[in-house]
Design a protein around this ligand. Sequence first.
Ligand code: XIL
Length: 375
Amino acid sequence: MYQSIKILGSLTLALGLFSCSHTRNISSEKNLPSLKQTFKSDFLIGTALDSVQNLPTNEKEAQLIPYQFDAMTPENAMKAENIHPEWGRYYFDQADKIVDYAQQHGIKLNGHTLIWHSQLPAFVHQIQSADSLRMFFTEHIRTLASRYNGKIDSWDVVNEALNEDGTLRKSIFLDKLGDDFIVEAFRLAQQYAPDTKLYYNDYNIEQPQKRAGAIRIIKQIQAAGVRIDGVGIQGHWNIRSLPFDAIEKSIQEFSALGMEVMFTELDLGVLPNPWDSDGAEISHTAGYSEKMDPYKNGLPDSVAQLQAQQYEKLFNLFLKYKDDISRVTFWGVNDGQSWLNGWPIPDRTNYPLLFDRQFNPKPAFYKVIETGKSK
Ligand code: XIL
């Protein structure tokens, strides 16, 4: 008798605990502030998604994304090497799934990206003649731009065409098509995606010399009578070296040209850089060492607080220019999914986003929300 009471008692206790923690989970998720609601009258809040195949099995992420974000960029699915891996053969599956997902949830989708020197399929590197490359260029833009016109909101038409000193980066496009390849890309995108916003996207274009290069590109497109709607500053920064002044000047100068300004791939890494300068040159990598991976067992609270402060300062700046900024997109949903765990050094443990590896909000999340509430 005593035994069964005991069993019953612990069962009740266990059930009680279970239902209590269960209730707590559900209600705290319900009560969690929403980024997209908080900044509704300011700018869109986006995330990047590598693949939606996992969504239905990961309930937390499936709930979190539409609750927090009203914009999205496919992290890899629309890049040439994935969507167009062989000459004239397209694999739309992944991209279409993300487009459908975004449509179902009322999320604005930014296509990323039509023309980029990185993540090109091998066949493009083998193209010898300018005519053949032009054929690829035209066909690629025409196919993607027309397929998704009316279904997505915008395209990063050209990605990362600049060197740090503001000159045009050496690439197969510059080499074979000459320096008006950017204007041509926008002209084709305008023709085949007339209902889609068209953007130039790059990293470090807040920095003075590179910014001057971006301004030249914008003016060149405008002078040709071709449409460009905005410019995306990627925003792959480190919590210890955020270039606030340069960011502010960039917003002012880009918007003076009539551009929508966007922060398109925001993440604030907390790990040391293997070299002096910041950026996002994906071909630039270094080898692993324990010294370069200091937080693999957890993020110290002091670092989480510093990150929160930096995000707070950044969002205060964004809010100051809310009339010029149309979107702020984080490059990933949670820390565990961030590309910064693998770049520029493989297998590190980085913490650049607002949600931790279990999709729980970090101190930075609450600071960002606070900026939005106290505006
Ligand atoms: C990164 C992706 O996040 C990674 O998954 C991929 O392996 C490499 O590319 N600038 C860009 C993005 O415009 O497309 C890059 O994304 C990060 C740098």
